[in-house]
Structures are given as C-alpha cells and as structure tokens.
Design a protein around this ligand. Structure first.
Ligand SMILES: [Zn+2]
Length: 96
C-alpha cells in the first residue's frame, strides 16, 4: 500500500523559496533558551527556516523572524543566530 511519501516542504522566511526540510537552516524559539539557531532541527518549539545567512539578514530587515516565531527578537539574538548560521555555512571562516 502506498503511504504518503510527500516530504514536508518548508519555506524560507527570507526569500520565500520552498524546500524540503533539511536543506534549510532552522531557527527555533525554545522555551528555555529563547531564540536559537537549531542545526539539528530537533529542538522543541516554534521554528522558522532560512536557506542562507543572506536570507536571514533579509528576514531581519523585514522583521519576518519575529512574525514567524511570534515573539520579539532582540538585536543580540539576531547577531548570535546570524553568526551561528554563518559558522554552519562556512566552518572555520569566521575568526575573532
Ligand atoms: Zn531564502
């Protein structure tokens, strides 16, 4: 018997492109830790997806992250998450 094989599509909050979950970076609003980058995609909480740091920057500009997560996102949150996504995209490229 065929089961439902359609994969869940998620859309990037920056550019709106729809992709399979797993090819997008997830940002989650976790109950304990607030707004976090979630490389595993497994953190419980409301999530938002972006395909790149550029799209995250776009979502920051347009305040789409707040809307997607339904909570205020501070400048610190943006800085931290942007940095973590950048590191995940290009490990070792960012040095302090
Ligand atoms: Zn995007």
């Amino acid at each position: 018997m065929p089961t439902t094989t359609k994969k869940r599509q998620r859309s990037c909050i920056g550019c709106g492109a729809s992709q399979e979950k797993g090819t997008l970076w997830r940002v989650v609003r976790s109950k304990e830790d607030g707004v976090q980058f979630d490389p595993s995609g497994r953190v419980a909480g409301r999530g938002a997806y972006v395909c790149s740091t550029a799209c995250f920057a776009q979502a920051r500009k347009t305040r789409k992250l707040e809307r997607a997560l339904r909570c205020p996102v501070t400048e610190d949150d943006y800085e931290r998450v942007a940095r973590e996504i950048a590191l995940a995209e290009a490990p070792g490229k960012i040095e302090e």
